[in-house]
Design a protein around this ligand. Structure first.
Ligand code: ADP
Ligand code: MG
Length: 539
């Protein structure tokens, strides 16, 4: 036993631990770097890059690490590449870890709800902002257990470096045992060291999971965000948010007469000139769009004036959501043009097709916001941060101005007391009210609402419709709302546009279309819907 304690404190073995940790650290750090590259290649959408990454994965995941180490240490020198045993072990371990880490990264990223990605894009976030503020924080949380696993397995795999004579813990234990013949005590001590090391990794994993667990009763989203900010400050060596002047106006909303000009924001683009009542806010010209063989729109044209409120009706699958997504270029179409406030979407003023980040900028320039059927709130941040975050990340607002705007809007949608709640701790109706607040926070001039109440339990429909109703009368926004709520459409909308069979089959004043539809498809649709909902509207 005395010998066992002796081995536990023996400098020879302790130095072996240092080398074990060294090889593991090289392997994990190099593996993370190469894994990020591999994951990016696979997610890039470029077929040849994805194929290259997959080829690498097949080779390095499919051959034993010990062969890779021996290859790097013994075979590469024949090609003039010579590294020390330690570096060879680190490089081989990194090369071997990379495909595993890449898969962890990929599954974490792909696991983030697509709706949130869509919402981020609709809010004008370019890809890197989306990755940094929406995808990465959520992906990291889900990846921690797998990373913990990988770190433990890398630690144990580092023992294979003993085969290329790195003096790490396993090699030193073997040497010590063969010189003392005290195999039991030496290997028992060595095993205990490995357990302590892997146990520390598990402890770190538990701590990281706890720190990022937003559902813990003592964790407030605000505090977790502060953790992120702290980590970011540390990484970047400076404050995490640009500090710009607060917005000029306090919390005044635009009036119906002068849409969108009520409060120009510091850092936000100036509203486009020439938008006034009567001007064309949305113009769709001869839009054709196909999904594979299926034609969704065969030459659809539509004009909406500034300040007009249009209800989009139509049977399920008629293209309401697709049309709304075209109006902020979340979809690409086959031919035709979409103009928002005079800007042709997806095309520069010089006529060039815009790339993704330019389209993101254009969404902000033209001032188009969107509310989704399934709310698509950012799940990892509070209601307040859902509104304030995009204002800072995309529009460059100061933290104080953004928080003020968020609080003002939460107040207006009746959720001031739930500002710190996570989306999943809110009811569907409350989530949708936050989503509406988030969409109007940067003061868009056109607001697209895609069946904003369809995913709600019936008792929550009213509260959301009330918020939209107030928006419609107070804000002077141009609104396009796809809905099945006929009574609401009649009450709120100036116009009803009925979509069916790849185009608009009827378009007219709300009251007229709802009460005296001229097209048989409209009339049938309204009859069926009205039977379920309306007493006042009949055909
Ligand atoms: P609505 O909102 O009116 O119910 P959508 O705009 O969602 O209709 O869909 C219109 C049509 O396009 C449907 O037939 C739907 O199946 C099809 N569609 C929508 N999105 C896709 C997609 N990503 N890939 C293929 N088909 C799609
Ligand atoms: Mg739809």
């Amino acid at each position: 036993m005395a010998l066992f304690y002796h081995y536990l404190t023996l400098g020879y073995l302790l130095h072996g631990i240092a080398l074990t940790l060294g090889v593991t650290a090289y392997g994990l750090a190099g593996g993370l770097g190469a894994g990020i590259v591999l994951a990016a290649m696979q997610l890039s959408g470029q077929k040849w890059m994805a194929a290259l990454a997959r080829g690498y994965t097949v080779v390095f995941r499919g051959t034993p690490l010990i062969l890779q180490m021996v290859f790097v240490y013994d075979a590469l020198p024949h090609f003039g590449i010579r590294w020390s045993a330690m570096a060879s072990a680190g490089v081989a371990l990194a090369a071997n870890e990379a495909p595993f880490i890449a898969e962890i990264l990929r599954s974490g990223i792909l696991g983030v709800d697509r709706g949130q990605v869509l919402a981020g894009r609709a809010l004008g976030m370019p890809a890197w902002v989306l990755m940094r503020h929406v995808v990465a924080p959520q992906a990291v949380r889900t990846m921690i257990p797998a990373f913990g696993n990988e770190a433990v397995s890398a630690l144990k795999n580092s023992s294979l470096a003993s085969f290329i004579s790195v003096q790490e813990l396993t090699l030193r234990s073997t040497q010590l045992a063969s010189s003392t013949f005290d195999f039991f005590s030496v290997f028992f001590a060595s095993g205990l060291f490995y357990l302590l090391l892997t146990g520390s990794v598990s402890l770190l994993q538990i701590l990281a999971e706890r720190a990022l667990d937003l559902d813990r009763p003592d964790t407030k989203p605000g505090r977790a965000m502060a953790g992120w900010r702290w980590a970011r400050t540390l990484l970047e060596g400076g404050p995490s948010e640009p500090s710009r002047a607060p917005p000029a106006a306090s919390g005044v909303v635009a009036t119906r007469d002068v849409p969108g000009t009520g409060a120009a924001q510091a850092g936000a683009p100036a509203p486009a000139q020439g938008v006034a009542d009567g001007a064309i806010a949305v113009e769709v010209q001869n839009l054709t769009m196909r999904y594979g063989e299926r034609t969704i729109f065969g030459g659809l044209s539509l004009r909406v004036h500034a300040g007009e409120i249009v209800a989009l009706l139509g049977p399920s699958g008629s293209g309401k959501s697709t049309l709304l997504r075209c109006l902020n270029r979340l979809e690409t179409w086959n031919s035709g043009s979409v103009f928002i406030n005079g800007h042709r979407l997806g095309v520069s003023s010089g006529g060039l097709v815009l790339g993704d980040s330019a389209v993101a900028r254009q969404r902000i320039e033209v001032g188009v916001g969107m509310v989704f059927q399934h709310f698509n709130l950012f799940a990892h941040v509070s209601a307040r941060e859902n509104i304030a975050g995009p204002l800072r990340w995309v529009h460059g607002w100061s933290a104080q101005a953004a928080a003020g705007r968020a609080q003002e809007l939460l107040d207006r949608v009746g959720l001031a007391d739930r500002a710190d709640a996570l989306p999943r701790h809110l009811s569907g109706g409350q989530q949708q009210r936050v989503a509406i607040a988030r969409a109007i926070a940067p003061r868009p001039r056109v607001l697209l609402l895609d069946e904003p109440t369809s995913a709600l339990d019936p008792e929550m429909v009213g509260e959301v419709l009330e918020v939209i109703r107030r928006l419609a009368s107070d804000e002077g926004l141009t609104m396009l709302i796809s809905t099945h709520q006929l009574r609401f459409a009649e009450e709120v909308a100036d116009r009803v546009v009925f979509l069916a069979q790849g185009g608009i089959v009827e378009d007219g004043p709300a009251h007229q279309v709802l009460h005296t539809p001229s097209h048989p498809l409209t009339s049938r649709f309204i009859r069926v819907m009205a039977a379920g909902q309306l007493a006042g509207v009949s055909t």
